[in-house]
Write a protein that binds this ligand. Structure first.
Ligand code: NAI
Ligand code: MG
Length: 508
């Protein structure tokens, strides 16, 4: 599996973990300076594998948010007018700084989030790719010229202004990169609010690049959703909000964004279908099921957590899933051999466990896994066994609600029309997988799926440039692609009249 490939040795990993675990304290980054929060309160970041404190961040408040937004507002006119090559140079330099300390940043992510270091290395590589991809954008961010018999219209594409970016804890560094790169490329200034549970990598990253951008272009205010997120979204100088997280919080953000009528882009997770047809490569399909179950401990918005297996191959697929699950190495996230780590926080750990309990109550059968995992040496760590439920019906809550853990439900299907009805009877529509060697079937089913992404014959087949975003309650707006730039810009139409003089409508 790609997730296990890296060249980091165990000894080097342990050395990085030891230095990464030295308890740090971070300020807020406002107007190019690190400052303490107004309230003087701190939040602990901890390591979910051993429950030790890793760092302290500021619990910001509305006063801090106001200072950060004003700084971003002050920096906007100049940043919006920088030469495209200058923005490109800075974005490439950011990518370079990440690459220089790649293993170190990966370890920060692993320590705070609990993901295996092998995956964290991929996250940092993905973050670098965001900055490199959008570094190419400023030069091509252009409007258009429209000709009419009586007029020429110049459509300018202008940066939208100060943007609020609110990110979650499952892939913090990659989320920060996916939000910051297009915003900075477009000429916007930013106030970023990381998640209060996991943001060590983000804070270290901001520290690394704190000399690169003019003061006020990037500001970071840490803290809770209610005390930082809400004042940020409702601040009168904020022109747009970009959010990734839960549906519940998205509803609040939409209500709060209505105060000043600002646009939002929202990426809200899913319950993505991974469809296996009777003619599929069952080994590759089984591998994908195991991969989407364990990758990032299932804390992935795009996870293929509803597997639709054709009844003819259902039992065979299940056996092959079992064979692969047996070799999954769950353990210390710091160990480069580990493939399944710890859930990111106690709240998430408890949520996943309660869904496993619920699955049993609903009558599904935990064929593999089904509870807490004990990792020797890390007995109080927040580990959960990779869990496969069979006998799942689409109406069950475990088939409808996002669990965000290493838990996948398998449903059997016979008829393609019925299949699509079930696949689409979900409030979500973010990702999806499809396994078939039949070309017409591949096109037919993927076009019938109400979802933003369908991966045919390889799950998580992702590159910068491919749009990511939701149908239905998975949100709206697209990230990871050129279309993203439209969310950070608006167009202005300047119409030049070609004739001169009065129209002569009010002739005297
Ligand atoms: P959340 O949506 O509450 O948190 C995401 C971010 O929003 C954090 O930075 C948080 O501080 C901020 N936030 C919270 N309340 C806010 C408010 N009123 N205004 C502005 N910002 C606010 O997600 P949470 O509670 O951490 O996780 C709950 C569930 O959400 C997960 O179990 C999972 O199902 C889903 N989720 C989906 C993600 C995705 O990738 N789409 C990422 C994280 C969570
Ligand atoms: Mg929440």
């Amino acid at each position: 599996m790609a997730m296990a490939m890296n060249n980091l040795g165990l000894e080097e990993a342990r050395r990085l973990a030891a230095s990464g675990s030295r308890v740090r304290t971070f300020g807020l980054f406002i107007n190019g300076e690190w400052v303490d929060g107004n309230a003087g309160e701190l939040i602990n970041l901890s390591n979910p594998a051993n429950r030790q404190t890793l760092a302290h961040i500021q619990a910001g408040d509305a006063t801090d948010v106001d200072r950060a937004v004003r700084a971003a507002h002050g920096a906007f006119p100049l940043w919006a007018r920088t030469f495209p090559t200058e923005r490109q140079r800075i974005l490439l330099e950011i990518a370079q700084r990440l690459r220089r300390r790649l293993t170190e940043f990966a370890m920060f992510e692993t320590l705070n989030n609990g993901k295996p270091i092998g995956e964290a290395l991929l996250d940092v590589a993905g973050s670098i790719a965001q900055f490199e991809f959008f570094a190419g954008a400023p030069a091509f961010l252009r409007g258009e010229l429209l000709d009419f018999p009586h007029a020429s219209a110049l459509v300018h594409r202008e940066p939208i202004g100060v943007v609020a970016q609110i990110i979650p804890w499952n892939v913090p560094l990659q989320m920060a990169a996916a939000k910051l790169a297009p915003a900075l490329a477009a000429g916007c200034t930013v106030v970023l609010k990381p998640a209060e549970t996991v943001c060590l990598s983000v804070m270290e990253f901001v520290r690394e690049i704190d000399d690169l951008l003019p003061p006020g272009v990037l500001n970071v205010v840490t803290g809770y959703g209610a005390t930082v997120g809400e004042p940020l979204v409702t601040h009168p100088l904020v022109r747009k909000v970009a959010f990734t997280g839960s549906r519940e919080t998205a509803r609040k953000i939409m209500r709060n964004a209505s105060v000043n009528i600002i646009p939002q882009t929202l990426e809200l997770g899913g319950k993505s279908a991974n469809i296996v047809c009777q003619d599929a490569d069952l080994n590759a399909a089984a591998e994908s099921v195991v991969m989407t179950t364990v990758f990032n401990k299932g804390e992935v918005c795009l996870a293929g957590s509803r597997v639709f297996a054709h009844r003819k191959i259902h039992d065979e697929l299940l056996d092959r899933i079992g064979a692969r699950l047996a070799s999954v190495r769950q353990g210390d996230p710091v160990d480069p051999a580990t493939q399944l780590g710890a859930q990111a926080s106690l709240a998430q750990f408890e949520k996943v466990n309660s869904y496993i309990e619920l699955g049993r109550l609903e009558g599904a059968h935990a064929t593999y896994g089904g509870g807490r995992a004990i990792v020797s040496g890390l007995e109080n760590g927040l580990f959960i066994q990779p869990t496969i439920f069979t006998g799942v019906r689409n109406s069950m809550r475990i088939a409808q609600e996002e669990i965000f853990g290493p838990v996948t439900g398998i449903l059997a299907w016979d008829d393609e029309a019925e299949l699509l009805k079930d696949v689409n009877s979900s409030p979500y529509g973010l990702g999806g997988g499809l396994w078939t060697r039949d070309l017409a079937r591949a096109h037919r089913i993927s076009r019938g799926m109400e979802t933003g992404t369908v991966w045919v014959n390889r799950y998580y087949n992702m590159q910068p440039g491919m749009p990511i975003g939701g149908y239905k309650q998975s949100g709206f707006g697209r990230e990871n692609c050129l279309e993203t730039l439209n969310h950070y810009t608006h167009s202005k139409c300047v119409v030049i009249n070609l004739a001169e003089g009065e129209l002569g409508v009010f002739s005297h």
